[in-house]
Design a protein around this ligand. Structure first.
Ligand code: NAP
Length: 320
């Protein structure tokens, strides 16, 4: 697969979001299946894997997902970039550095590694970003992390952090139906050589075209019950966007999910999406979006049509 740079890190241009093996999309697969699915992604060229300390069933424990990612990648550790995230509610172990280091050491143990390539603060959680940036800089100097990032943040926070320790990547929600980051955040990242990693890039499945108003989501630990674009009325309202993707998919002999990823890859050189799936075949389908090249003409026509569509439902940068 083609590669891209997230600041100093070289990664496959499509990564793998591993969250659903532990949390967020209903029933989780067996550990064996999850490990095989991650390794199969690697075998198909993926070198960028996203996890977080909080990804556990029902968000009720710590580290379920990191343990799986660690087991799946331990044999190929030197060939891959592992990104994980910590959640802070104050600096509970003294200083920012001491607190972040405690979280990092626990994550490294679960991931079976002596360093994390990309370490994100998962949510701001009321902590001063300058203190976090300073601590992350020290961890970079110590070789414990390869770079650092912030998730679900606005441009003011990014700028304050960047002035203390240059950022490697920002991970925000971004897809054809969640475009808030286009106004200021992605341009800021491009101007400062910061990677941009879209989460939920296929809008929790909406942009695959495989969800209808009749689709039943699961009752336990399934975010699709509250994703606004997936309310029954909004699935109907967003049908023109799905139809547009289907039209391009047919033209390019691709799938709607692949077109939605190819669209953002064409649009920005610093973007590396991390689609999530707990299904081996769909993981490979998403990785293969890297082979779907839109011409400038195709992209411009797609973008113009997309801009004519109203989006029903909005998650935005806050509120979840
Ligand atoms: N930083 C943050 O706060 C944050 C928040 C959320 C997520 N994330 C990260 O971002 C990653 C991706 O986000 P996400 O999983 O929420 O959203 P997503 O990638 O937009 O969508 C995942 C959903 O789409 C379905 N899907 C994926 N590919 C498909 C395909 N080709 N055809 C049909 N359906 C498809 C999946 O179902 P199947 O599993 O059945 O294929 C799943 O229900 C996560 O794994 C996680 O690592 C980060």
């Amino acid at each position: 697969m083609k590669t891209r740079k997230l600041h100093n890190l070289s990664v496959s241009e499509v990564g793998m979001g591993c969250m659903a093996f532990s949390h967020g999309y209903g029933q989780i697969p067996s550990e064996q299946y999850s490990i095989e699915a991650i390794r199969n992604g690697y075998d198909h060229g993926c070198t960028f894997f996203d996890t977080a300390e909080v990804y556990s069933p029902g968000l009720s424990g710590i580290g379920h997902n990191e343990l799986i990612v660690g087991k799946a990648l331990k044999d190929v550790r030197e060939n891959v970039v592992i990104a994980t995230k910590l959640m802070l509610h104050g600096f509970s172990f003294g200083s920012a550095y001491q607190t972040i280091r405690k979280h990092l050491e626990a994550s490294m143990k679960r991931l079976q590694t002596d360093h994390v390539d990309l370490y994100y603060l998962h949510r701001m959680g009321g902590v001063p970003v300058e203190k976090v940036a300073e601590a992350m800089g020290r961890l970079i100097d110590e070789g414990l992390i390869g770079g650092w990032g912030l998730s679900q943040v606005d441009v003011d926070i990014i700028d304050r952090a960047q002035k203390v320790t240059p950022l490697t990547a920002i991970q925000n929600i971004y897809s054809m139906v969640e475009r808030d980051s286009e106004a200021a955040i992605i341009p800021y990242c491009m101007a400062h050589d910061i990677g941009f990693v879209p989460f939920s890039p296929i809008a929790s499945g909406l942009l695959s075209g495989r969800i209808t108003p009749q689709t039943q989501f699961e009752s336990y630990d399934d975010v699709r019950n509250w994703v606004p674009q997936l309310k029954k009325a909004n699935i109907k309202g967003n049908q023109p966007i799905v139809d547009l993707l289907k039209q391009y998919a047919e033209m390019k002999q691709a799938t709607p999910a692949q077109i939605s990823l190819a669209w953002m890859l064409h649009k920005y050189p610093n973007v590396v999406p991390i689609p999530g799936s707990k299904n081996k075949e769909r993981i490979v389908e998403n990785l293969n979006a890297s082979n779907v090249a839109l011409t400038d003409g195709e992209f411009n026509a797609l973008e113009a049509s997309l801009n004519q569509c109203r989006v029903f439902g909005h998650r935005g940068l806050v509120g979840f």
